[in-house]
Design a protein around this ligand. Structure first.
Ligand code: ADP
Ligand code: MG
Length: 678
């Protein structure tokens, strides 16, 4: 028996360091890991099948007498063959292609043996290749009954895997204590832990699907529940965030705006300012489609922080966007306080941040730099949050002396199940209403051969003194090549539209140069802006009315939608042209819909949840059994139950929660890396 469940599998009898290493590669390090290493299916070996009833493809147990056994195969390739007969009188050939000397001693003429394997039809005979076998008298539990079938690490045989897992589970059983309160199990209709594990590892019968599902649900629920408790407990243990009480500046800002806020914007501001006034750290996601006016909402929050004596850091994914936010904020907040843009580690800049003179500091990951030290950081705003990794956000949060409030903004809807796993409890504010006077954007597909039509459309816009984006996607693997073709396109457009101002902007350019070009575009001095996807997020030029996306088939739906959102921001009718070689389903969706929520959902469907969630958002969600998409309902229940339990017993101090608390603490340590500040 292991001393506790975190003991390395290496100490299981019959498993040495080498075998343990093989299991470790599959994520099986400890006895506990083995407990939750569930079989993928079961084999029913309880009843032998008479040979006469065997058919090819069937996996069966056969019991019979050895009537013949011999070495076969010539020229150095020794093979072994034995023939069994049972009461039905029909023969079954057993065949080994490469062989073990002991076979001859096992399959002695006249002996009664039991074998298991898949039946083939070979040269007019029924045959079983490399069967699993046991002597007639003693049939070990590793051979008979209903056997679990596990995914094999490396190419270990099922026999070995089964033996190790079985051994580990069996010897762990005395250590297993039920962590979940009995009343909860009863209320949710879940079975206890030992029953769930036994049903998987030592089934007495082949469990039917609903029964198995219930046992699995129990284990997945436990996994989610323990994790949610960890998140919530951790959150409660955090230090308090600053209480901000001076909202006078918010009204001043709102009055000074050149437009009236939409109802949703007003609601968003009031939810956020309410949060800022509470000592509980805010973790709020502001979700609103492209162009729904999230920026001004976040500025209102920054104003509240500033008036209350705290600094705000606004983090954005690209420098271009940083510059734009900076200009916008400076313009809107000029009456209120100075705003600072962090470029590099310029000394003067750092001093202004450190002294607290700068109330709102805007930048990209440059904000993470060691040299940047805040005086009193009270609010962190992350724009286009989906573009940042969990770790990056955490680094910024750690810059605050205490715990800052956190406001994230996104145009890409995050499924609730995902936010629950990443943040535990994320408050959500959704802006659905778009600012008035926004005209729909007409979207169409354009194929290579229609380039003249495209140029005609561009020319018309130039003549009307409107502005045009031509986007060239850079794909990481072929960045250099793509950049070359973006430059090529730029040269061509310059030639085609002689007399008009055509400029190029891309991520590799020096930032002063970038700024110069973008500034020209913003002022209307540049008509056609050829750009890489650096303009994807946030750029706001109301006079731009045509978006051309070259190689549109290379981009994801949400990305295309974001790009398209760069136009249609003013009062003139805008268009978006998706240039591609072939029409694709993705592009069609875009032509049909302008609703970011619909598009995100379609994107999820097309790309599959795994990819949508896994790679972009979290790098895998790190659950052993649970799948946050498939088991979303269980995750929600787990979250509710965890909140409920903590109301009843805030620190999990009650004696009946002792086992649970220990489990939460152990597992939390392993998971921590993976979760954001929330
Ligand atoms: P996003 O939500 O995509 O970040 P922005 O905050 O960039 O959107 O807003 C897009 C444009 O709409 C900006 O020019 C902004 O000034 C303007 N805007 C924001 N709110 C309103 C409103 N209530 N009425 C009119 N225009 C607005
Ligand atoms: Mg924005």
């Amino acid at each position: 028996m292991p001393s506790d469940l975190s003991t390395s599998l290496q100490y299981l009898k019959g498993v040495g360091p080498k075998l343990a290493e093989t299991f470790a590669k599959r994520g099986l390090f400890t006895f506990e890991d083995a407990l939750y290493y569930l079989p993928r299916t079961f084999e029913d070996r309880r009843q032998p099948t008479p040979i006469i009833r065997l058919v090819p493809g069937l996996k069966a147990v056969v019991r019979g007498k050895v009537v013949d056994s011999k070495w076969t195969g010539g020229r150095g390739r020794r093979q072994f063959e034995a023939t069994l007969k049972d009461a039905s009188g029909k023969p079954l050939t057993l065949h080994w292609f490469h062989t073990v000397p002991s076979l001859k001693d096992e399959f002695v003429l006249g002996r009664e043996v039991t074998v298991y394997g898949e039946i083939h039809f070979f040269r007019g005979r029924l045959q079983m290749n490399h069967p699993d076998f046991a002597g007639g008298e003693v049939i070990s539990p590793e051979f008979s009954g209903v056997l679990p079938v596990y995914t094999s690490p490396e190419n270990l045989s099922q026999k070995v895997v089964r033996k190790v897992v079985r051994g580990a589970v069996e010897s762990s059983m005395p250590l297993i204590q039920e962590p979940l309160p009995g009343a909860m199990l009863e209320r949710l209709g879940l079975c206890d832990l030992k029953t769930a594990l036994k049903m998987h590892h030592f089934p007495e019968t082949v469990p039917d699907a609903p029964t198995l599902r219930r046992a699995l649900d129990r284990l997945i629920f436990e996994e989610f529940f323990v994790f949610q408790l960890g998140l919530l407990l951790n959150r409660e243990r955090r230090a308090l965030a600053p209480v901000m009480q001076d909202s006078s500046g918010v009204n001043e800002l709102v009055k000074s705006l050149p437009f009236a806020l939409t109802g949703d914007q007003e609601r968003a501001i009031s939810e956020i300012t309410r949060d800022l006034g509470l000592p509980l750290p805010m973790t709020r996601l502001l979700q609103g489609d492209v162009g729904s006016g999230k920026t001004v909402v976040s500025l209102a929050a920054a104003v509240m922080a500033a008036r209350s004596g705290y600094q705000t850091a606004l983090m954005v994914p690209t420098e271009v966007l940083a510059i734009q936010h900076f200009q916008k904020a400076r313009e809107l907040l000029k009456e209120l306080f100075p705003v600072l843009l962090v470029h590099g580690a310029e000394k003067m800049v750092s001093e202004k941040v450190a002294s607290g003179e700068s109330k709102l500091v805007i930048g990209t990951h440059a904000l993470f730099q060691e040299a940047v030290r805040f005086h009193r950081l009270g609010l962190v705003i992350v724009d286009e949050q989906h573009r940042f990794g969990v770790r990056q956000r955490r680094e910024l949060i750690d810059k605050a002396a205490g715990v800052p409030h956190l406001l994230m903004m996104t145009a890409t809807p995050i499924p609730r199940t995902l936010s629950l796993t990443l943040y535990g409890d994320l408050d959500l504010t959704i802006i659905r209403e778009k600012p008035k006077a926004r005209l729909p954007i007409r979207t169409r597909m354009i194929f290579e051969r229609d380039r003249e039509t495209l140029y005609g459309a561009i020319r018309k816009r130039i003549e009307a003194r409107e502005q045009i984006y031509v986007v060239y996607p850079l794909v990481e693997e072929s960045e250099k090549l793509d950049l070359k073709s973006a430059i090529g396109m730029f040269e061509e457009l310059k030639k085609v539209f002689q007399g008009a101002s055509v400029e190029l902007v891309h991520g590799r350019m020096a930032s002063e140069e970038k700024e110069r070009v973008l500034d020209g575009f913003r002022r209307g001095a540049v008509s056609v802006l050829v750009a890489t996807t650096v303009v994807e997020v946030g750029i706001d030029v109301p006079n731009a009315t045509l978006m051309v996306i070259e190689h549109a088939e290379r981009l994801g739906l949400s990305q295309l939608h974001q790009l398209r959102g760069r136009v249609g921001r003013g009062t003139k009718a805008s268009e978006c042209f998706l240039v591609s070689k072939v029409p694709t389903q993705r592009l069609r969706i875009l032509v049909q819909s302008d609703d970011g929520f619909v598009i995100a959902e379609e994107d999820l469907k097309l790309r599959g949840a795994g990819e949508f969630l896994g790679t972009r958002q979290s790098g895998g969600t790190g659950f052993r059994l649970g799948d946050i998409v498939r088991d979303g309902r269980l995750l929600n229940t787990a979250h509710e139950e965890a909140s409920r339990l903590l109301v009843e017993d805030p620190g999990l101090e009650k004696p009946e929660h002792k086992i649970l608390k220990k489990m939460v603490e152990t597992r939390w340590k392993e998971k921590q890396d993976f979760v954001t500040g929330g």
